[in-house]
Design a protein around this ligand. Structure first.
Ligand code: SAH
Length: 180
């Protein structure tokens, strides 16, 4: 079966066509950036850690793909993107293999999400992979859930996908689609 991240990729790929502008809001190790670039989308990717850019750059090179990598917070997305976007993805939490000190934060995550929802074309989709097992994770999870629960049903379809019987803190997926 597909795990939530694989499902996120599948659901995003359904709407992305070559040349679409898409955003990776949390580059991390670069898996999502490489996935989106592989769909021939124009990818703009953000991270606040130079290590994430280095890992992503390496992965892109290996796959012979390109993307625009930005060393800045996703809450500043409006400074870099002016056109409508087709899709975006967030992987919340900390960068695996790093010191776990730098984590995504509820306030900046929701700031970025609000801006990206505004930029999203009708029929466009945003994926949020919610990791909440780390310190600060529950607060961010609850803030994101409260926010997306309040999105008007007329304008947005919001779905939640995740495992049922996993131990510990299984990550889950929130998908948002702007209605036609
Ligand atoms: N938990 C996921 C990985 C998340 S990586 C997993 O286990 O696979 C999250 C990334 O978001 C980190 O690389 C971190 O540096 C980055 N990040 C933190 N705050 C950010 C912000 N404001 N804007 C963009 N990226 C941010």
């Amino acid at each position: 079966m597909l795990n939530p991240l694989e499902l996120a990729h599948r659901i995003l790929a359904e709407v992305i066509v070559p040349g679409d502008l898409v955003v990776d809001a949390t580059m991390g190790q670069g898996y999502d950036t490489v996935f989106l670039a592989g769909l021939k989308a124009d990818v703009v990717a953000f991270d606040v850690q130079a290590l994430a850019l280095a890992m992503t750059e390496k992965r892109l090179e290996q796959a012979q793909l390109t993307a625009k990598l930005i060393l800045d917070g996703h809450e500043n997305v409006g400074q870099y993107i002016e056109q409508p976007i087709k899709a975006a993805i967030f992987n919340l939490g900390y960068l695996p293999k790093s010191d776990k000190q730098v984590i995504t934060q509820a306030e900046t995550t929701l700031d970025a999400l609000t801006q990206l929802l505004e930029m999203l074309v009708k029929g466009g989709r945003i994926a949020l992979m919610i990791y909440y097992g780390h310190a600060g994770g529950l607060e961010e999870r609850d803030a994101v859930l409260a926010f997306v629960s309040g999105l008007p049903q007329r304008e947005f379809q919001v779905m939640r996908y995740g495992g049922i019987n996993q131990a510990n803190h299984p990550p889950f997926l929130v998908m948002i689609e702007k209605r036609l």
